[in-house]
Design a protein around this ligand. Structure first.
Ligand SMILES: NC(=O)c1ccc[n+]([C@@H]2O[C@H](COP(=O)([O-])OP(=O)(O)OC[C@H]3O[C@@H](n4cnc5c(N)ncnc54)[C@H](OP(=O)(O)O)[C@@H]3O)[C@@H](O)[C@H]2O)c1
Length: 327
């Protein structure tokens, strides 16, 4: 049984605790919050045994094998490095890290300590992602792709009220691309690998962080246009157009509920999802750990690197700078 300690009591940690309940071989045993009342409340709500206010104390506890880090993006590196040094298997929320320098350093620590690190990547393990993979040949060659992930954020109202929520902060490595677009990038990298060219045109705040934007990825023979917005909404959809037909998937790569194959006539090829998207990823993480599946583990790390290369190149092209880039 892999015993997990959750770090942070945000909404995403709640989803993790719920999602983990459906995973054999994994149990949430601890919660860490800076605020004792929040830790106790989370523990009561999710039936978690141990509570901590100090992260280091949680890392020292031998009853915990792994940590899940559900903290703002710029904190991922520091918290994950400490966890790996304490030899705790580490599961990081997306986006994995702020930049490639952090990635190199974290992978080195993970190798040195022989401790695995994973991304809570909802995209790769979704059954409907496999449906898309299985039908790409039917429409080949691919000629045009559009993906839209627009979600009006409550935090945007805070921004309008003069605050800087973490998700719109350069200090916390925020922005529409790394918050929403990252899911589309994961799907593109999974299906097609590294693009030949990357251009991101964004609507930016004075701190350089993107509120919305259009990421263009150029591949041999086709172009993908990935739209992400945190200050508008629409019926999100993924459209993969080929010479022989089209695949429509919805709503977003983070949660593909429906897949339609159009080869002249539209056919619903959706596989019904049994669980929330996180649960599929956790099943796979438990399998990789228990079976010591090095090959899949290394493939996952290569995938993460390519996604981070795309995100960093996109940020560079749009002039989006994180505080973490200067450290
Ligand atoms: N929110 C979502 O829908 C969602 C969905 C998918 C993925 N994610 C990912 O989940 C991560 C967290 O996102 P979020 O929107 O939940 O962030 P958040 O609300 O800003 O922060 C999450 C938690 O982190 C802790 N925290 C906040 N600031 C901190 C600080 N300065 N130092 C130490 N701990 C701090 C807090 O927990 P305590 O007060 O208990 O310490 C807070 O509840 C991000 O990487 C995001 O990309 C979020």
């Amino acid at each position: 049984m892999i015993k997990v300690g959750i770090v942070g009591t945000g909404m995403i940690s709640e989803l993790f605790a719920e999602g983990a309940k459906f995973v054999d071989g994994m149990e949430v045993v601890a919660i860490q919050s800076r605020d004792e009342t929040k830790a106790k409340e989370f523990a009561r709500k999710h039936d978690v045994e141990l509570t901590f206010t100090e992260y280091e104390r949680m890392l020292m506890d031998v009853r915990i094998d792994a940590v899940y880090i559900g903290l703002p993006n710029s904190l991922h590196f520091a918290y994950a490095s400490k966890a790996l040094r304490a030899k705790k298997i580490t599961i990081l929320e997306k986006p994995f890290l702020s930049n490639l320098g952090e990635l190199d350093e974290l992978i080195d620590i993970s190798e040195e300590t022989r401790t695995m690190v994973f991304e809570m990547n909802r995209v790769l393990c979704l059954p409907n992602t496999q449906v898309i993979r299985d039908h790409l040949d039917d429409i080949a060659p691919v000629r045009m792709i559009t993906m839209n992930f627009s979600q009006y954020s409550r935090k945007y109202n805070d921004l309008l009220a003069g605050k800087t929520p973490n998700v719109f902060s350069d200090e916390y490595s925020g922005g529409a691309l790394v918050d929403l677009g990252v899911y589309s990038v994961h799907l593109m990298v999974d299906l097609f690998g590294m693009p030949d060219d990357i251009t991101y045109i964004a609507s930016k705040l004075p701190n350089s962080i993107d509120v919305s934007g259009n990421l263009t990825l150029i591949y041999d023979g086709f172009i993908a246009s990935l739209v992400q917005s945190k200050n508008s909404r629409c019926d999100n959809r993924i459209t993969i157009q080929g010479e022989k037909g089209t695949i429509y998937a919805s709503p977003t790569a983070s949660r593909i509920d429906k897949v339609i194959l159009d080869l002249g006539e539209k056919k619903d090829i959706t596989v019904a999802h049994e669980y929330e998207s996180m649960t599929y990823t956790l099943h796979e993480i438990v399998r990789v750990i228990n079976e010591k599946d090095e090959e899949t583990y290394r493939k996952q790390l290569r995938h993460i690197r390519t996604v981070m290369e795309v995100l960093c190149a996109a940020r560079k092209s749009a002039g989006i700078k994180f505080t973490a880039d200067r450290e």
